[in-house]
Design a protein around this ligand. Structure first.
Ligand code: ATP
Length: 134
């Protein structure tokens, strides 16, 4: 089975760097399976799990938006934050989810920017919870 180098990078750290058989991401236009030899492209990502396949093992990562860049020699996922399932603190994600929900359900006038921010925080928290439970 052919492989390609996958790097998952955030401003803080290199989260992952391995030879992989395939990567599945959720781009803005939907799910995308990427195999070695794919043509080069760049596309924004949704806040969603990324699944990495090496042999028979499928490893999920919580990737909070960003971009995927597919090149001849490697695939780079660049995101504000990304975690491997085993790195995710479930209690922290549950707390973040509750905070975001409380903000979204708060009565009265709400700043549009604050509302959008709470929606994104909720998506990040739900993404982490999903990947942690995978
Ligand atoms: P919180 O409100 O809990 O900080 P957040 O969604 O605002 O969550 P981010 O700004 O996306 O957090 O991430 C800040 C840093 O904390 C990143 O390094 C990210 O990987 C890490 N991080 C955030 N939530 C978790 C979690 N539940 N488990 C492990 N690491 C986390």
């Amino acid at each position: 089975m052919s492989t390609i180098l996958l790097e998952i990078v955030t401003p803080d750290r290199l989260v992952y760097s391995e030879q992989v058989n395939s990567v599945t991401v959720r781009g803005v236009e939907g799910e995308l399976g990427i195999l070695p030899g794919h043509i080069s492209f760049v596309t924004p990502l949704q806040i969603a799990p990324v699944y990495v396949k090496v042999g028979n093992e499928k490893t999920p990562f919580a990737v909070q938006g960003g971009f995927v860049e597919v090149r001849k020699d490697k695939i780079v996922i660049l995101a504000e934050s990304a975690e491997r399932a085993t790195e995710i603190d479930l209690e922290r994600a549950e707390a973040a989810k509750e905070r975001a929900e409380t903000r979204l359900h708060a009565k009265g006038r709400q700043d549009e920017v604050d509302h959008r921010r709470a929606e994104l925080a909720l998506q990040r928290a739900m993404n982490r919870i999903k990947v942690r439970h995978n």
